[in-house]
Write a protein that binds this ligand. Sequence first.
Ligand SMILES: [Fe+2]
Ligand SMILES: [Fe+2]
Length: 198
Amino acid sequence: MSSIKKIDQLTERDGLPKHLCELLDKYPRDTWTNDTLNGNWVGFWLGRHSVFREICSSIKHAIHELLDRKISHQNFMQQYIQLMNMMLHNLESHHMVEDNYIFPKFYEKNEKFRYGLELLENDHHLIHQSIDALVAEGNNLISSFNEKKHIDYKLIVGDYSKVNESYNKLLIAHLCDEEDLLIPLVSEYGEEYFGLGH
Ligand SMILES: [Fe+2]
Ligand SMILES: [Fe+2]
């Protein structure tokens, strides 16, 4: 794997690097056809991305409800534990399938965008590092609630919310860039060309 330039790291970049946008310029998001979006593989894959976006927004919603005192700590913890477990379990398998099965198929067929695939694989490592920080902060939050410490809950929930925001930002940016790289490739060549969608 070639090394990823600092400027192209998920934490630094704003969208795909320009030299990887040749096909995206030809097939911008608003031109993606239903035929492509509902393809056997693309439809399933985008469905997984929707699940991650929904979990992110549900966790964010629960944090706001807690900060606004619309739900109890217990209610928040129940929702949080369930949503985070769902996120961790699904994201790990999603990334494993992409790294070991999906990306190699694109890598083999398209030399021009290999750096983009390496970039996406590198994103997965950065996202997992960010999850580790998120889980540690979440555990702090839960133990503070469980121990009923006399502390300012608004402050610790606010701290958690900040870590959650930076994780969300990375994950959503990655999902978006991944779609911007792979969907134009499928638009140009079709799923079957890459051995997908059977
Ligand atoms: Fe990914
Ligand atoms: Fe993905």
